[in-house]
Design a protein around this ligand. Structure first.
Ligand SMILES: Cc1cc2nc3c(=O)[nH]c(=O)nc-3n(C[C@H](O)[C@H](O)[C@H](O)COP(=O)(O)OP(=O)(O)OC[C@H]3O[C@@H](n4cnc5c(N)ncnc54)[C@H](O)[C@@H]3O)c2cc1C
Length: 448
C-alpha cells in the first residue's frame, strides 16, 4: 500500500520580514504538495540495515541496495528490448598495415606477448601463461581483488590449478574457508540423491585471488589496476590497447576476460538481447543449527507466480566459512527475458518468504551477513567464436558456460589446462587469426 506523505512546504505561514532569497523560496513553495512514496520493501529494509564494505569488480562482488537497483535497471532494459538492448560502442577496430609503421608506435609505453582485459578470472589464465614463459599484463578497471562471498567448488577443480602451476597444493588449504559432505540433489516428492565431494568446498575468492595475484607478480606479470580499456586496434603484427587513463599498450594477443557485460562481447553480439537468463538471489546468514551438509540443487515447488510472471524456483545452499552456524542460500530461476519478467528485488521478496520454510528456520532467528544477487545471460550461439584476429574471450565473456549456473569460476577451471596449452601453441605458431582462435572455444558438453 502506498504511503501518503502530506508535506506542507515552508512559506505558507511566514511573516513579512524575509530576505529576498527566503521570499523567492516562499513564493516557489506556496503550495501544498502531495507526494506518494512506496514503503521500503523488506529487501530494502534488510539491505539498508547491513553495513556493506569491500565491494569488488567481479560478478557477485556488490552487496548494496543501490547496486541491486542498478542491476535491476540493467535487467529491465534487457527485458524491455525487442532485439537490441543498446547500440554498442565500437571498441575493437581492424587497422590495415603494421603497428611498427604507425603513428602510435612511439607512444606505446609497454609491449607484451599477451594482455588480459579484466582480472577476476583473468588473473588465472594470466598466471598460467606467465608460468609458460610469456610476458603478460593485466588491465583491471578496479583494484584486482576477489569478493568476500565464497565460491563453491570441488577439490578436483582446484587441483587442476595446481597441475598448471597457478597454485601449489598447500594453497588449497589456505584459501578453503569451508568443507562439508555429503551434498544433496533433489526434487521434492521425487527422492534425493546424496553426492560426495561435489561443490563441497567454500573457497574465499578474496584469498584465492590474492595468492594468484602474488604468484603472477612473482613470475614477472604486470598489473595495470584502476585502468579500463577504451579501444583496441588490430594491426597485422599487434593488438594495441588504448586505456581510458591515457596509456597505450601493445601485445600479440588480447584476452577479453571482462565478464558477461564485456564491451567487446557487446560489440561482437551487436548489443543483442540474450536468449535466456539465469537470475540468482540469496543471502549468507548466521543462525543455522543444522549446517553440516549442502544442497547442490533442490526444488521444493512447482512453477510459481513471481511478480507478473511465472518461474520455476531452484535452491542451492552451503555451509559458509565465516562461522559454524553461517550458511549461504541461493534461489535461482531460468527465464527468457520479457517485459513482465520479475525484477531481482521481486525475487528477493519471494526469497524472504520461501527460504525459511526451505531451510527449516525462522527469519527472526537469522542474522543476515550479506544479500546476494546476479544475472547470467546466455545466447544460443555459445561459446562465442573469436570475431577478430588477436582477440579471444575467456571466463564468463567466452560463453563457455556451466549449464546450471550459466557461468562460474568452477566451470572455468575445467578448461584452464586446455586453454593455456592451446593459447601457448597458438602464440608459438603465430596462429592468432580469428578462425584459429575460435578453435579454442568450441562447443563442448560440460558436466555441471
Ligand atoms: C551471486 C553469485 C554467486 C556465484 N557463486 C559462484 C560459486 O559458488 N562458484 C562459482 O564457481 N562461481 C560462482 N559465481 C560466478 C562467478 O562469480 C563468475 O563466474 C566469475 O566471477 C566470472 O569471472 P569473470 O572474470 O569471467 O567475469 P567478472 O566476474 O564479471 O569479472 C570481470 C572483470 O573485468 C573487469 N572489467 C570490466 N570491464 C572492464 C574494462 N572496461 N576494463 C578493464 N577491466 C574491466 C571487472 O572489474 C572484473 O574484474 C557466482 C556469481 C554470482 C553473481
Amino acid at each position: 500500500m502506498a504511503l501518503l506523505h502530506v508535506q506542507l512546504i515552508n512559506g505558507l505561514f511566514q511573516g513579512p520580514k524575509q530576505s529576498p532569497l527566503s521570499q523567492r523560496r516562499a513564493r516557489a513553495g506556496r503550495c501544498l504538495c502531495l507526494q506518494t512514496q512506496a514503503p521500503p520493501s523488506r529487501t530494502q529494509r534488510i539491505m539498508e540495515s547491513l553495513s556493506v564494505s569491500g565491494e569488488v569488480g567481479g560478478a557477485g562482488g556488490a552487496y548494496s541496495y543501490s547496486a541491486l537497483k542498478r542491476l535491476d535497471q540493467l535487467w529491465s532494459s534487457i527485458c524491455s528490448a525487442q532485439t537490441v538492448v543498446e547500440e554498442p560502442k565500437k571498441v575493437v577496430s581492424s587497422v590495415p598495415g603494421f603497428f611498427g609503421n604507425s603513428d602510435l608506435a612511439d607512444k606505446a609505453v609497454d609491449t607484451f606477448d599477451v594482455l588480459i582485459c579484466g582480472g577476476t578470472l583473468g588473473v588465472f589464465i594470466a598466471t598460467a601463461l606467465c608460468a609458460k614463459g610469456l610476458r603478460v599484463g593485466i588491465v583491471e578497471r578496479n583494484v584486482l581483488k576477489g569478493r568476500e562471498q565464497e565460491w563453491n567448488i570441488s577439490r578436483k577443480e582446484l587441483l587442476e590449478l595446481v597441475e598448471i602451476g597457478v597454485l601449489v597444493e598447500d594453497d588449497i588449504e589456505l584459501v578453503t574457508a569451508a568443507k562439508f559432505n555429503p551434498n544433496r540433489c533433489g526434487f521434492e516428492g521425487k527422492g534425493d540423491i546424496w553426492v560426495e565431494d561435489i561443490l563441497n568446498l567454500g573457497v574465499s575468492p578474496a584469498k584465492l585471488i590474492e595468492v594468484v595475484k602474488n604468484r603472477f607478480i612473482s613470475l614477472g606479470g604486470v598489473i595495470f589496476e584502476g585502468n579500463s580499456v577504451s579501444s583496441i586496434s588490430i594491426y597485422e603484427d599487434a593488438a594495441v590497447l588504448q586505456l581510458n587513463e591515457g596509456n597505450i599498450l601493445s601485445s600479440r594477443l588480447v584476452i577479453d576476460a571482462m565478464g558477461n557485460f564485456s564491451p567487446i562481447v557487446k560489440q561482437i553480439r551487436s548489443g543483442r538481447k540474450p536468449d535466456g537468463v539465469c537470475l540468482v538471489v540469496g543471502s549468507c546468514a548466521r543462525g543455522f543449527k543444522d549446517n553440516s551438509t549442502g544442497d547442490v540443487i533442490y526444488t521444493s515447488s512447482l512453477v510459481k507466480k513471481v511478480g507478473a510472471s511465472e518461474a520455476q524456483l531452484f535452491w542451492e545452499a552451503f555451509p559458509a566459512g565465516s562461522g559454524p552456524a553461517d550458511r549461504t542460500t541461493y534461489m535461482f530461476t531460468y527465464l527468457a527475458p520479457q517485459p513482465q519478467s520479475p525484477k531481482l528485488e521481486e525475487l528477493l521478496e519471494e526469497y524472504w518468504k520461501l527460504m525459511p520454510e526451505y531451510q527449516g528456520v525462522s527469519l527472526d532467528d537469522l542474522e543476515i551477513q550479506r544479500v546476494l544477487y546476479g544475472i547470467f545471460p546466455t545466447y544460443c550461439d555459445s561459446p562465442l567464436p573469436a570475431a577478430f584476429n588477436r582477440v579471444l574471450q575467456f571466463g564468463d565473456a567466452s560463453g563457455i558456460q556451466s549449464p546450471v549456473s550459466f557461468g562460474g569460476f568452477g566451470s572455468l577451471t575445467r578448461h584452464l589446462k586446455r586453454l593455456s596449452t592451446g593459447i601457448y601453441e597458438a602464440m608459438s605458431d603465430n596462429l592468432l587469426d580469428s578462425y584459429s582462435l575460435s578453435l579454442l572455444n568450441p562447443y563442448m558438453r560440460s558436466p555441471t
